[in-house]
Design a protein around this ligand. Structure first.
Ligand code: GTB
Length: 217
């Protein structure tokens, strides 16, 4: 059964592939599972029909027959468990890969979201500058720790997994900040992920949505 995912009808990132449908598209491409995409507007996302799929009125969602999922990490894990290619064969290796998925969304992503909030939503507050400095320092510290662990390895646990997919998906959001440049091994790790054919296919698919919209279709 071909799953259907949802994505922004008009992504504010203008085709940079920074919204979270990108992780799901990438995972589906890695395992060779064709998928359909339903594009939703910001307005439609908050309507009861979409909230029935996603309690918080967001994208991405994933529908596969009776199964409805939300949360990009949960969707990627489902795809990885259902198909070969994104999790190691052995139980301990699978558990390690899942630990890295959680680290991506639970340890690395929160200060990155704080940075975006500090820049976009809190910039006019009297404490904005101090807050921004604190958040930047938290990110630098996490990146330093991640860089040390990654060392000169190609992937977090030797072989590419859903853990790398989620981690790279999260780290990509930092590129415009320049913070990745302080750690050449992390910058190379992200570039290695982006060079994967499956990533490129996923990226092109979301870019096509932006380009079609620009062309007025
Ligand atoms: N924890 C959830 C998950 O991982 O799936 C978070 C889902 C989420 O934040 N979805 C966002 C959304 O639907 C899109 S990805 N937002 C609309 C809303 O909440 O009303 C976040 C995002 C948005 C825009 C950019 N950008 O423009 O660069 C990047 C990422």
């Amino acid at each position: 059964m071909t799953p259907t995912i949802t994505a922004f009808e008009s992504s504010p990132d203008r085709g940079q592939g920074l919204a979270r449908d990108m992780r799901v598209r990438w995972a589906l491409e890695e395992v060779g599972q064709p998928y359909a995409v339903r594009l939703v507007s910001f307005e439609a996302m908050k309507q009861p029909a979409h909230r029935a799929l996603h309690p918080f009125g967001q994208i991405p969602t994933y529908e596969e027959g009776e199964l409805v999922l939300f949360e990009s990490g949960a969707i990627v894990l489902h795809v990885a468990q259902r198909h070969a290619g994104l999790l190691p064969d052995n139980e301990a290796g699978r558990a390690r890969a899942v630990a890295w998925m959680f680290a991506a969304v639970n340890t690395i992503e929160p200060p990155i979201l704080d940075l975006q909030n500090a820049r976009l939503l809190e910039a006019d507050k009297p404490w904005a500058e101090q807050r921004l400095a604190l958040v930047m320092e938290r990110i630098r510290s996490r990146l330093g720790e991640l860089s040390e662990r990654l060392a000169d390895g190609p992937w977090l646990e030797g072989t590419f997994s859903a853990g790398d997919l989620m981690m790279i998906g999260v780290l990509r959001r930092l590129r415009p900040s320049g913070l990745l440049d302080a750690h050449p091994n992390i910058a190379a790790y992200v570039a290695r992920g982006e060079a994967r054919p499956a990533f490129k296919r996923a990226f092109e698919a979301q870019l096509a949505v932006f380009n079609q919209r620009q062309a007025g279709h």
